[in-house]
Write a protein that binds this ligand. Sequence first.
Ligand code: PMP
Length: 368
Amino acid sequence: MRKTYNFSAGPAVLPEEVLEQAREEMLDWHGSGMSVMEMSHRGKEFMSIMDKTESTLRELADIPAGYKILFLQGGALSQFAMVPMNLLGESGKADYVQTGQWSEKAINEAARYGSVHIAASSESDGFNSAPPLAQWKISPGTAYVHYTTNETIGGVEFQWIPDLSAIAGSDKTIPLVADMSSNFLSRPFDVSKFGLIYAGAQKNVGPAGLVLVIIREDLLDVAPLSGTPTMYRYKTYADNASMYNTPPTYAIYIMGLVMEWLKKQGGLAAIEQRNIAKARLIYDLIDASSFYHCPVNRADRSRMNIPFTLSDSSLDEVFLKQAQTHGLLQLKGHRSVGGMRASIYNAMPLEGVQALAAFMQEFERNHA
Ligand code: PMP
């Protein structure tokens, strides 16, 4: 048993059971005489790992027929380019919702390939909320609408899935595209509401180096922009079962173990209840205190990433040092915003959040 709790925003904590199983299987996977790292990606052993990983994800997230699951590399940042390159099509236009640093990066990248319209923005309130659907304005002829379901740095999470058909004047067939990197599989979500979902693995899914894409099959027929490299075309992955080149085999294996672990936890509905309870512990403590502060609009607060500041920022270093001696690791806020950030993904046990809450209360008593 580890004696530490890791609050990193990603790469992030993995379930201890998963790491133990990986250790047990490190030298010899299931009597194959090989480590998973040493297997040919086209051999029957690895193919069985990949098939099982995919089918368990499909079962857990209830991914309907008509959607393909693709295993890619290049981080979610590559998706900021792949999405427009593959989906802009003839219109060359896309709508983006601007809610913080990650959506802004996606917007800036998309603007390299086409004309980007900001459908809604929370800039006026310092990116501390999720713009309500009533404020969204979709431009005519747009190829898709992109939003970030959870802003990992700002700690703003959409608690609802936008229904584009409810927006006046919008065409209800417009594909909704979501960057779900930092709240993927943290709650049930209706895949049929989306055209494309992508997520970097290193938060709720497994190690860095793997990106998941769930794409509605009709979108594979949109012609990519001319000059789109083979490895930047979704169809390359769809037509080759994500094995056009060598996939990140070990990351896929660990993802498979995490999927099995999630199933054992009771699936997404059960993990959601645990995530709600964990987040509430910290937010309630912050709201009851004048020593800690979280700037995010209450209704839009992230269950995954909790940014907070101390009333006296000169105590930041002491807070982090003492947290570390209590075994509470990587609580430093993103370098662009400072303060603290507690990331409490699926694999963070309730005991870890309780330990953080107890430490925060003790620190407040000693320093307020
Ligand atoms: N989108 C979101 C919401 C993220 O949190 C991150 C990484 N923290 C990224 C995109 C970029 O992911 P990567 O580093 O895997 O490219």
